[in-house]
Design a binder for this molecule. Structure first.
Ligand SMILES: [Cu+2]
Length: 279
């Protein structure tokens, strides 16, 4: 009588747990397949490659996830307490070697495939006609410097750095090349042109991240790190700091716009006029 009761108890528990696992798996698969919470559309060619790699990874890990969860549900149900004497398994070396090898192959394979895209981003040769923009992260703001019509960044001096006075880069305006350097708190770039950002940090490590570019790169004090991309679509986006950099970290964001060539040139002229009207 007692055995029978224990049996019934185990059946209910096993059913609930197995049922939960199946529902949980189906809901998870649905959320991914329907793209309920998904990345915003990318605006760079390299972004498409990164998305392909992400999809590839998700397919592989997704299949493993579904098989293992359903397998778990089956085991929970199959080996519920049926009042029988328990039997023990002592493992299966062949199976263990096989799934360890399969996992290693999958991870190394994905890693090798991802290297090609990674190399395109980080080992790319600088484009001679790239639009070069300096990016300086500081607690808790982003600053951008454009070289102005002469195409040259002017001299900077550490002792001139004064964010409160609008000179976070420490630009020495007495240098003729520095006279037309434009410093702004927003990042504007022209569409379909190679862009080269030069990332720096003034105080602590910050991190440059724009979702639509699929680029995330630390800005490190003492280093100048290039970040290259081509935006193939105009629009307004947002740059955020993704390195916890202090109490105001969540405020550290800046508007990022991709403009048509004409809009971009006009914006540069407007900024230059503003600079020259109150130097
Ligand atoms: Cu930051």
């Amino acid at each position: 009588m007692q055995t029978k009761n224990r049996c019934a108890g185990s059946t209910t528990t096993a059913f609930i747990l197995a049922f939960f696992l199946v529902v949980f798996t189906l809901v998870t698969v649905y959320l991914f397949v329907s793209k309920t919470w998904w990345f915003p559309e990318t605006i760079t060619p390299i972004g498409h490659e990164i998305d392909v790699q992400t999809q590839r990874t998700l397919w592989l890990t997704g299949i493993v996830f579904v098989l293992s969860q359903l397998g778990l549900a089956w085991v929970v149900w199959r080996y519920r307490n049926r009042g029988e004497r328990a039997r023990y398994s002592h493992g299966n070396n062949t199976l263990e070697v096989l799934w360890t090898l399969a996992t290693a192959l999958a991870f190394i394979g994905l890693g090798v495939l991802a290297q090609f895209t990674w190399a395109k981003i980080h080992l790319a040769e600088p484009e001679p006609d790239a639009v070069v923009i300096e990016v300086l992260g500081e607690q808790f703001a982003w600053n951008f410097r454009y070289p102005g019509p002469d195409g040259k960044f002017g001299r900077t001096r550490t002792e001139l750095i004064n964010s409160g006075a609008g000179n976070p880069f420490g630009i020495d305006r007495s240098d003729p090349a520095a006279a037309d350097d434009i410093v702004v708190p927003i990042l504007n770039v022209p569409v379909n042109r190679p862009i080269e950002l030069r990332l720096r940090a003034k105080d602590v490590i910050h991190s440059f991240f724009v979702r639509e570019l699929r680029l995330k790169q630390d800005a490190v004090p003492g280093l100048e790190i290039p970040l290259r991309f081509v935006a193939e679509r105009t629009g307004d986006f947002e740059l955020v700091c993704t390195e916890l950099c202090g109490m105001g970290h969540q405020r550290m964001r800046a508007p990022f716009s991709v403009k048509t060539a004409a809009e971009y040139e006009q914006w540069l002229r407007d900024e230059l006029a503003l600079l020259q009207s109150n130097p």
